[in-house]
Write a protein that binds this ligand. Structure first.
Ligand SMILES: C[S@@+](CC[C@H](N)C(=O)[O-])C[C@H]1O[C@@H](n2cnc3c(N)ncnc32)[C@H](O)[C@@H]1O
Length: 208
C-alpha cells in the first residue's frame, strides 16, 4: 500500500479527529445538496448511473448525492474510521468501499460513470498529483468533477499548524492540461458568505 507523509497524516490521529469534526450536520448537508444539484444539472444529457468519490471521508457529498440520484455509489478512502461510518450509515455498501489513495485506486477501469474529488487534490503532494489524476480519470467512463481550493499559481498553505499538507492551484487547468480529450462542461464558485461552503471552486468535465 502506497504511503506518503500526507497519507499517514490522514490515516492517523489527525484523520480520526477530522472524522469526528466533520459531522454531516443539517447545515452542511443543505449546502452540499445545493452544490450537487447544480453540478448534476449539467449531466442531464446522460445522468450518471454510478458515482465514485475519491477521498470520501464520512460521505457528506455521497449523502447529498444519495438524495439527488439513484446512482450506485463507490468510495475510496484511506481513513479506516471514515470507511466504517460510510458502511454503518448505509452511504456506500461494504463491497463498494476501498481503502487506498488516489495515486493507486483499487477499482477497475471505468468503475463509475462519474468520478470526483472534493477537498482531496489539495491534500496530495504535487509530486503525486499527476498519478492521482490519471487514476481518477481511469476510473470514470464519462464525467469527472473536482471541488477544491483555487489559486492561479501553485502554492503551499500551512494547514492547522502543519506545512506540506495543503496545496492550492488551478486544478481545473491541470485537468485540462493533463487530458486533452476532456471538455469543460461547467464550473463555479461556492462563495462562503452565501453557501456556507468554504469558498470552493468546482469544475465538471466530460470525456470526449
Ligand atoms: C478534507 S477531507 C474531504 C472529505 C470529503 N471529500 C468532503 O468533501 O467532505 C480529505 C479526505 O481525503 C482523504 N485523503 C487524503 N489523502 C488522500 C489521497 N491521497 N487519496 C485519497 N483520499 C485521500 C482523507 O482521508 C479525507 O477523508
Amino acid at each position: 500500500m502506497t504511503s506518503t507523509l500526507q497519507s499517514e497524516f490522514w490515516r492517523g490521529e489527525f484523520g480520526n479527529a477530522y472524522v469526528d469534526r466533520n459531522a454531516a450536520s443539517p447545515e452542511q448537508m443543505q449546502a452540499r445538496l445545493v452544490l450537487w444539484a447544480e453540478i448534476l444539472s449539467h449531466t442531464i444529457s446522460a445522468p450518471p448511473a454510478s458515482i465514485l468519490e475519491v477521498g470520501a471521508n464520512l460521505g457528506v457529498n455521497l449523502r447529498a448525492l444519495r438524495q439527488l440520484s439513484s446512482a450506485r455509489r463507490f468510495a475510496l478512502e484511506p481513513n479506516e474510521l471514515a470507511r466504517e461510518i460510510l458502511v454503518k450509515d448505509g452511504v456506500v455498501v461494504a463491497d463498494d468501499v476501498r481503502d487506498g489513495l488516489a495515486q493507486k485506486i483499487e477499482f477497475p477501469d471505468a468503475v463509475a460513470e462519474f468520478s470526483f474529488t472534493s477537498g482531496v487534490l489539495i491534500h496530495i503532494h504535487p509530486d503525486h498529483l499527476e498519478a492521482s489524476l490519471r487514476e481518477i480519470y481511469r476510473c470514470s467512463s464519462r464525467w469527472i468533477a473536482c471541488v477544491e481550493y483555487f489559486s492561479d499559481k501553485p502554492e503551499m498553505i500551512p494547514y492547522r499548524g502543519h506545512d506540506d499538507r495543503l496545496f492550492k492551484r488551478d486544478f481545473g487547468g491541470l485537468w485540462l492540461d493533463t487530458f486533452p480529450d476532456l471538455r469543460i462542461v461547467a464550473y463555479g464558485f461556492a462563495w462562503k458568505r452565501v453557501t456556507g461552503l468554504d469558498n470552493l471552486t468546482w469544475w465538471l468535465f466530460e470525456k470526449c
